[in-house]
Design a protein around this ligand. Sequence first.
Ligand code: AMP
Ligand code: MN
Ligand code: MN
Ligand code: MN
Length: 285
Amino acid sequence: MPSDIPMKADLHCHSHYSDGKHSPAELLDRAHDNGLTHLAITDHDCVAAFDEVTGDSRLTLIPGVEISCVWGTRELHIVGLAIDPHEAGLTTLLASQQASRRRRIRAIAERLDSLAMDLAIDGLLPWLDALPCHALTRTHVADYLVATGRCRNHQKAFKRYLGKGGRAYEPGQWCSLPEAVQAIRASGGIAVLAHPGRYALGKRQLETLVSEFRDCGGEAMETSYGNIDPLVQRRLRELADANALYQSQGSDFHTASAQWTDIGRFPALHPGIKNAIWHHPGWHF
Ligand code: AMP
Ligand code: MN
Ligand code: MN
Ligand code: MN
């Protein structure tokens, strides 16, 4: 049932099962403390959070995921909301993505060793094994490089080693855009193009992406997220309207130690808009 009540909803954040720093229960507490009524945890290629928490009388938890995929030479993120986290096809896809993540981290460790970053493999891999995480990311490698004094901060770790053009860069081997969208839909979920302003696309490229996303079954896009530029936001709203896509919102919160971000902190969708994602006919929260 579509709801008429304006949602206080954050529909994009990460727990320690991917590259967030907090447990699912801590995320729920923080969302409640920040006055939210609805929270979607959307870990990278992972749904382990929903084996642990189900929401409670204070707050509705919406099962979600953020799937990495390739689109041409680029890497995109597709959020799935209101998914069935245990649906068979989605489970298979996420297992494959997680295996790909493990292979990528191993390749990065080998590159770091070849750069005379002594014992990167012997030190990094056991260090990662001790984490609660199910979906390893480059953020975890950056954490290790900072924790062991090899880099001063995350920005430097990405610029020097892990980001595109970095000395230990290893591209991700992800599913395609249509595969990500179809897996989300087959699990009963709504496919949402995540943070479309963060892909460094020109005007035409962004238009092409949004229409290809819609043509392969995408139904919504994020038009509100942390630190979004107001001009970009206006452009994204126009694109959502022009492509008959629902609009979604979320902080992309990862950690309380980054003070510029918090659960619920982003310019919220206007409560009156007709194509907010909670008006989607499949929305039952
Ligand atoms: P991965 O999914 O392994 O490619 O890791 C991507 C994650 O790394 C993103 O979700 C961000 O949380 C983080 N990330 C990407 N680029 C940077 C950067 N330049 N500085 C800090 N974190 C980054
Ligand atoms: Mn992340
Ligand atoms: Mn993302
Ligand atoms: Mn995210």
